[in-house]
Design a protein around this ligand. Structure first.
Ligand code: GDP
Length: 439
């Protein structure tokens, strides 16, 4: 659903990534783009304004991390502030007297009945004894729909003809108590718009039984209107959580970013499809990753930060000074290994680099890396520090020791010479080429 938004943000970050050093003007230019992208995704204006101000304050004059380049730092800050805006994960409150009553509220067509069945299925799979209650006596079709869904998920459905919703719910509660039901999920009536009668009815239900959770179901495809509806409900009934549906749609997606910070109500679930299993417990990190659509560049950033920063810095300095040896090379491979399996690292690379990496068969890359490691570890430290001593007989010995051919050893040495040459050139250009290599 975030294709437009993440596409735009990706472009912004691609441009940022090409720079080695960022000036205040760079940060501002990038944030202008981020701001436009968010507004076009229909994120609430006030939320965007706050968001940009927070990112800017932190990005300009940011605490400088040696492990990250300036662009990565901006991405990291945007990600962290996005997490703040999305709000923490929040679970259903299932502890307390049984049966727990969950009331599903929302406008018609929001996906309320579907969400009720999805949550029933989830709780049942967690060992709860669930009862669905059809509290929409005005629309026989709605009752029928809930019955069909209840059958599909193996959860009984309570219905009662000719009674008003508060009474139906009270009767259902009595039956649930008797039958040892642990969670009762009430599907309330939906209207086509916010109206007083609907709110009165919801309050009347809440006077009859103790409600553990009141979950508002909103269609995320309607953008800012979703935020407006949520505010309307929140002002009339006390909401404990939000279910954002149709997150699989291709709409602009801004609602999911604004809704929590505008309403103060936590998101608890995301509906991600028409199928009965298409429900996700809300996970801000996952959602933020999807919004930013950056492969897992964020994961890479975290890993790079976790790496031994001092030795990375020292090695970079050695490279630049032209004293790059096979020993340094072996150290770098060890660092790379610490970041995780190679195929994962390749997958995490963003943008063009990621596309290129995806064309590489990770098994080939892994095999190649193993050969390289084997050859390096068959050398003595002296040989790694001074490859010039590697004459033909030493090369044969290394090939035998590593289970490779002399050609493999020669190829590696050739590649190494090539790298040394690049670093020497870089050194001559005063390191200006560095960002192009690693940026
Ligand atoms: P209600 O009137 O609020 O009870 O809405 P329904 O549960 O009947 O859902 C309305 C329509 O939206 C149905 O066609 C559902 O299949 C569809 N729907 C519900 N949730 C989702 C979702 O997460 N993704 C998609 N694509 N469709 C959904």
């Amino acid at each position: 659903m975030f294709e437009n938004l993440s596409g735009r943000l990706n472009e912004v970050f691609q441009n940022l990534r090409r720079r080695g050093k960022l000036t205040e003007a760079d940060v501002d230019a990038a944030l202008r783009e981020v701001r436009m992208a968010l507004l076009e995704a229909d994120v609430n204006y006030g939320v965007v304004k706050d968001f940009i101000a927070r990112v800017r304050e932190r990005a300009v004059g940011a605490e400088v991390s040696r492990a990250l380049n300036p662009a990565q730092q901006v991405i990291k800050i945007v990600h962290e502030e996005l997490l703040n805006t999305l709000g923490p994960a929040d679970r259903l409150n299932l502890s307390g007297p049984r049966p727990r009553v969950m009331m599903m509220v929302g406008l018609q067509g929001s996906g309320k009945t579907t969400a009720a069945a999805k949550i029933a299925r989830l709780l049942r799979s967690q060992g709860e004894r669930v009862l669905l209650v059809a509290a929409d006596p005005y629309r026989p079709a709605a009752i029928k729909q809930l019955q069909t869904l209840g059958e599909r998920v193996g959860v009984p459905v309570f219905t009662e003809d000719g009674k008003l919703p508060p009474e139906v719910v009270q009767h259902a509660f009595t039956q649930a108590e008797k039958g040892g039901v642990t969670v009762m999920i009430v599907d309330t009536a939906g209207r086509s718009q916010l109206d007083q009668q609907l709110m009165d009815e919801l309050r009347a239900i809440a006077r009859k039984v103790t409600i553990a959770e009141t979950l508002l179901v909103v269609d995320s495809m309607i953008g800012q209107e979703a935020v407006h509806i949520a505010t309307g409900f929140r002002d009339s009934v006390s909401l404990s959580g939000l279910v954002l549906t149709k997150m699989d749609g291709d709409a602009r997606g801004g609602a999911s970013i604004s809704i929590r910070s505008v309403t103060g109500v936590p998101i608890k679930f995301l509906g991600t499809g028409e199928g009965i299993e298409a429900l996700e417990a809300y996970d801000p990190a996952r959602l933020a990753g999807r919004i930013l659509g950056m492969g897992d560049v964020l994961g890479l950033i975290e890993k790079a930060e976790a790496m031994d920063q001092k030795s990375a810095q020292e090695q970079a300095e050695r490279m630049m000074s032209g004293h790059f040896t096979l020993e340094d090379f072996a150290n770098q491979l060890r660092q790379l290994r610490k970041m995780g399996p190679l195929h994962q690292i390749l997958e995490m690379l963003p943008g063009n680099m990621g596309q290129m990496a995806r064309q590489v068969d990770p098994r080939d890359a892994e095999r190649q890396l193993k050969v390289t490691e084997a050859i390096l570890s068959s050398m003595t430290q002296q040989e790694r520090n001074n490859p010039d001593v590697l004459n033909a007989s030493r090369r044969r010995r290394i090939a035998r020791g590593s289970g490779t051919d002399v050609q493999d050893v020669n190829r590696l040495l050739k590649q190494f010479r090539e790298m040394q040459r690049v670093f020497k050139t870089l050194q001559k250009t005063g390191g200006r080429g560095m960002s192009r290599l690693f940026g």
